[in-house]
Design a binder for this molecule. Sequence first.
Ligand code: PCP
Length: 400
Amino acid sequence: MKLRKFYVVTEEEIKEGKVTDVYFTRTVKILKSKGLDRVNVSMEISAHSIPRGWNWGVLVGVEELANLLEGIDVDCYCMEEGEIFTPEIPVALIKGEYGKFAIYETSILGLLSQPSGVATTAAHVKLAAQGKPVVNFGIRRMHPGISLSIERASIIGGCDGSSGILLEELGLKPVGTMPHALILIFENQAEAWKAFDEVLPKDIPRVALVDTYWDEKAEAILAAETLGEKLYAVRLDTPRSRRGKMVDIVREVRWELDSRGFKNVKIFVSGGLDDKKVKELSEAGADAFGVGTFITNAETVDFGMDIVAVEGEPRSKRGKLSGEKQVYRCPKCFGTVVTRWGDRNIVCKQCEVEMEALLKPLVIRGKIVRDKSDITEVRSRVLEKIEMIKDREIKVLYEV
Ligand code: PCP
């Protein structure tokens, strides 16, 4: 029996199809015994809903999906990493002999559902921050085995940074300030802030934590007087028991710092934040946000994977439109048309521009046919798109 120090599954086990629901292994056994495991099927992946009643989601997990399907004799057409999706529209289509990929359904859905939930939540928090920086401080809330997947998804979703040091593997610098522990060990706030400044490289912003012993206002003034020009920001991570109205505390700190000539010192807020609180605090003058649980413990997207055709013939369960489908989107108004699979030139009736087919070849006969996406480029595309759609409803038309 495999002895695990941590209950995480290895890459090999995922690739071997070991992360699967038992009813899939049983189904393959039955089909094999009846000579039906080589039946060609087309399966569609779509979300039944978007977390928190939001209208749209951000798709993440496409790169890992390609890595999972690599070497399996199937074709997969999929949206780009970071693409915006709405409920019920296909985000991917997988075609092949059912017996060859049936046991992978569990992992396929897991690779898309959880990271897309994190990215979708990060995107909504980023919009609420009205362009101000949002940093993911929440990997401590999740099993470390999946921390890198969560951090990657939060960045693609729009976070300006995340705190985990493994991020360097993705070519990104981890972001962080200081923990209460640093101040408690120095006992004296000012000594801790000065030590931070003395010891750490100059390119790390000097963000002083100002809620350990005294009122945030008093500690913020002390930090400004202690580090002067070198102080980039103060962090308010006020304990729950003291969190009356954070917006008032932020306004007060802003006022007191400005009154003493520290207009350049920014206010960074963290602890118990969600999209609504971030919006309120941003309007109250906060300049940046550390968001943990709300992003990393995000509601997962309820993607489903359903047969829509058997041996090329449309066939589906109740509640599911049969037949292979393509999704076209207008680059200007984001209008979306779901139609039967096949090359078409669809022009947006509203904008009179050609619509883009979103399901593109990802894996053909088990070979990955799409280049790996650069996380920063994907993030920029996501930020552009969410800015475009933030105040509009994405219209979806179904045309045979
Ligand atoms: C934690 C840390 C993160 C916060 C909480 C994430 O603060 O600073 O910013 O909070 P959330 O999950 O509620 O969004 P502490 O637990 O005070 O830890 P530390 O002293 O190490 O900053």
